[in-house]
Ligand binder design. Structure first.
Ligand code: ADP
Length: 324
């Protein structure tokens, strides 16, 4: 399926270049033809002049001046036309490539989402059947239950991401901004992660009582996605830092991990919708490529922005900055 997409993209690209080349060649040919015709007309008009006419030189000069004026007119028209064609060509080229890229990503998304939906449902069913059929000791029972809750959380997270992303895009989500204590909101979210991932090490560096106006639900989704990624992509024995600080009017929320980090050339791409690093075949971790795009939208909606930098010595430092 993927190679089919690649093939149709290369066919479309070849047809595009051939057409563009044809148009430019036609334009150059048209220019040469016009110039030749103009020259022939000039020669003809000069040959038609009466050689005994005392004003012949003046008339010749006049005809030559007209010839030059026409040539300049053709050159200028040609350049304008060429510029318009090139601008249009660049525009079409970019639009077509974007369309193909989006199609490929949507296909990846469909593959990922099928897997993402099926796995938690299958795991939950299996766990519940195990609890129903077998008498497990208490500690085993707790382990199976917490695994099931984790799967349910993942499913809820996925459903939230899909719904909110669609609602924000269709402008159907009615935001409910309110005065809130951002420090407590962040602390509550991280504590929920500490509960869910009791074997992971979360470090909280939160400046207390930072006031903020925002939509609680959206802010929680944003932070949950960043924390979820840190847990997902970084090794289990490495800490995840969540930092919230305010300097003057600028509020910074960081989620820092010691995972593989993001290559420089991918630092912008990862915020695009459905974008995931690597190919769907080689990808180890689960995901849909929606999370960071949603984080970017939510940050924008709160008059802020999101960026990623390298963490030293390893990992990534995702920061949401509210500076307005
Ligand atoms: P998902 O995690 O569902 O694939 P995201 O939009 O959250 O989608 O992330 C997009 C991509 O960015 C991921 O597929 C992953 O390759 C990369 N990424 C995100 N967060 C991290 C992180 N903390 N460390 C390394 N890579 C990350």
């Amino acid at each position: 399926m993927y190679s089919l997409k690649k093939k149709s993209l290369s066919i479309a690209t070849t047809v595009y270049w051939i057409l563009l080349l044809y148009i430019i060649t036609a334009l150059v040919w048209w220019f040469i033809e016009l110039k030749n015709q103009n020259q022939q007309m000039t020669n003809y008009r000069i040959s038609e002049l009466n050689s005994k006419d005392p004003a012949i030189q003046k008339k010749k000069d006049q005809i030559n001046r007209e010839n030059n004026r026409k040539t300049t007119q053709y050159v200028l028209e040609g350049i304008t036309f060429l510029a318009l064609i090139l601008v249009g060509a660049v525009f079409i080229y970019r639009a077509v490539r974007r369309q193909f890229k989006l199609q490929a990503q949507q296909q990846n998304f469909m593959m990922a989402i099928t897997h993402e939906l099926k796995t938690p449902i299958a795991v939950t069913k299996l766990n519940l059947e195990t609890l129903q059929k077998h008498q497990l000791d208490e500690s085993m029972k707790q382990k199976v239950l917490s695994m099931t809750i984790q799967e349910a959380d993942r499913l809820a997270n996925l459903a939230n991401n899909i719904l909110v992303s669609a609602q924000l895009e269709g402008r159907n989500y009615k935001q409910a901004p309110e005065d809130l204590d951002l420090s407590s909101l962040v602390e509550t979210c991280v504590n929920e992660f500490i509960r869910r991932y009791s074997d992971r090490n979360f470090i909280l560096q939160i400046q207390p009582e930072i006031d903020f106006i925002g939509d609680v639900f959206l802010l929680e989704i944003m932070l949950n996605n960043l924390l979820e990624n840190a847990v997902k992509y970084a090794p289990a024995d490495r800490p995840v830092i969540c930092r919230l600080q305010k300097n003057g009017k600028v509020i910074e929320l960081h989620v820092i991990d010691e995972g593989p980090g993001i290559p420089d050339k991918e630092k912008r791409n990862i915020f695009e919708k459905f974008y995931r690093l690597g190919s769907e075949q080689t990808r180890q971790t689960k995901g849909t490529g929606l999370g960071l795009n949603l984080c970017r939208k939510i940050a924008h909606d709160h008059h802020g922005y999101i960026r990623v930098r390298d963490n030293e010595p390893v990992g990534s430092d995702f920061a949401v900055i509210f500076d307005k």
